[in-house]
Design a protein around this ligand. Structure first.
Ligand code: HEC
Length: 196
């Protein structure tokens, strides 16, 4: 006979698997109606749990990135559509250059060794706040396999800390649209932290 897990048992299972406090964060309104203060509040609710999940990864960047340079004042979505909120951090090698948000990068690409990390969380239709993946782009030296992807190596870590298999081509085919920005999309203009 098939046994259905009760909701309480499922919650307990989540507790057990994650080994950390279960953060049930909800949004007071639909994602597109969020005020800045509400975005800050739901980020505060999910942040610790989100980062604890990523930190289980073997990739040292997944633990380090919260200490890297911020690029935005708060998480934001690049457009009004979609339910994801994004927040990008850049390591010491790349940060000063990234926050120029230059669109004249054809002659002035990001320095080799730059690593960009993008946290993702979402507000679904039920206004539940959901953990998303951690996205990376690493700038590598010209002349290698990444040549055809603008010398960027793309990677993704799931919210559980496990690596996610991705296609370099899939990521780059969209990023290459920003060719005057060295294939970087940059955060929403309203939240950018610009260099002095
Ligand atoms: C359909 C288009 C699209 C696809 C596909 C896509 N991205 Fe992006 N990505 C963007 C846009 C637009 C931004 C900037 C939006 C923002 O960060 O607010 C961005 C931002 C990023 C950033 C932050 C640095 C920056 O400014 O560009 C990283 C890291 C990143 N993407 C990694 C990835 C990875 C890894 C993949 C593949 C698994 C991927 N992206 C696939 C459009 C895309």
């Amino acid at each position: 006979m098939r046994k259905l897990l009760s909701k309480a048992a499922l919650t307990a299972a989540v507790f057990f698997v994650s080994g950390s406090a279960y953060a049930a964060c909800t949004s007071p309104v639909a994602k597109d109606d969020l005020t800045n203060e509400q975005v800050d509040a739901i980020y505060e609710c999910i942040k610790e749990d989100l980062r604890a999940g990523y930190a289980k990864s073997d990739n040292p960047w997944a633990k380090e990135y919260p200490t890297w340079g911020a690029t935005a004042t708060r998480p934001a979505a690049p457009g009004v559509h979609g339910n994801r909120l994004l927040n990008t951090f850049v390591n010491e090698i790349g940060h000063a250059e990234y926050v120029k948000f230059s669109d004249e990068r054809e002659e002035n690409p990001m320095p080799v060794g730059s690593v960009l990390a993008k946290e993702v969380f979402a507000v679904n239709k039920k206004q539940e706040v959901k953990k998303g993946q951690l996205f990376f782009m690493e700038k590598v030296a010209a002349g290698g396999e990444a040549d055809k992807y603008g010398n960027w190596v793309y990677s993704v870590i799931k919210s559980s800390g496990k690596p996610q298999k991705i296609s370099q081509k899939f990521c780059h085919d969209c990023h290459v649209n920003y060719d005057d920005q060295d294939s970087m999309g940059y955060p929403d203009e309203d939240v950018r932290i610009t260099s002095e």
